[in-house]
Design a protein around this ligand. Sequence first.
Ligand code: G6P
Length: 369
Amino acid sequence: EAAEKAGYDHFMLKEIHEQPTSLKAAIAGRLDELKGNVNIKEITLTEEQIRNIRHIVIIACGTSYHAGMMGRYVIEELTDLPVSIEIGSEFRYSHFPLDESTLVIAISQSGETADTLAAVKDAMRNGSHVIGITNVVGSTLSREANDIIYMLSGPEIGVAATKTFTAQVVVMYMIAIMLARARGSISIGKASKLIRAIKTLPQKSQLVLDMEAKIAETASLFSKSGCFFLVGRHLNFPVALEGALKIKEISYVMSEGFAAGELKHGPLALLTTGVPVIAIATESELYDKMVSNIREIKARDATVIAVASESNRSVEQVADLAIRVPDSCEYISPILSSIVLQLFAYYVALARGCPIDKPRNLAKSVTVE
Ligand code: G6P
């Protein structure tokens, strides 16, 4: 086992560090910057079938659900289609209308999650086309879905998903571009720009990993906290949810992610002196709104750790501490911030002496309902 960990103390840390490689694998051969298009040969839908789609439903559980939420925002932004995102265990007992005009995208790292598979079966019975996204070749999802896209992340052993999450997100972005180009809802120029940004991910994720010591130091300051709040807006909302899930899973500390705009609808009542709040405040159209949210949090005397863009020199005026991510567009920075939060969760768990790769009560794949 020590050999398999390649010098790292835990599989989780090794897998976090594999992200420059796994992201490269997920995009390799799929991006055509010149034509502003994405080639995902695994998708068998014709352009005409893509144009006939009326609705998209994304189904997933756990970390994959958070990747699905990010996919939802991007598909809605790039295409003219309404997108729903559903938790497998809820969807399978709902009365969601499904038919041939609905495209279903099922995301499952293991390809074996019982609730996601049940939802897929239901969708296929109703005539919907199902695209599966998984990391495991030959998994049940890969056999059942109409089309299957492999994330090509290599084996993930740590129970808490890391490299498969960022690969899922990037696959969702690529699907969004492909659908949008087929439907004519974005220009070649806009698609090329996004493709160019996606191509920077392997290198920029390495820059985040290079800041590991600083992230570890920040995490150690808060490792004895009894709870964590994480807040973000738009794509950074699922990033906050995923960061909170990572902390819960491996360090057993109560942590919750919130849409920053929802703070005043309840969570603010919980904020008191010194409660740590991680605010994802990278550059985006909503940056100023995040700053207002940080002020709201500071007014309750909570401690704000901002995840901010490299060139932002003003965030410290409102936040107590800042962790930087490389400057990048608002589609890419959420992926970089999620790597920051993976490392943060890892070092909180390490300081607390938790069994990081095998947290109590959790399994890598949940094959029962
Ligand atoms: C379990 C794992 C999580 C994972 C979830 C969904 O709870 O511990 O890491 O996100 O299942 O798994 P899937 O294989 O469907 O992505």
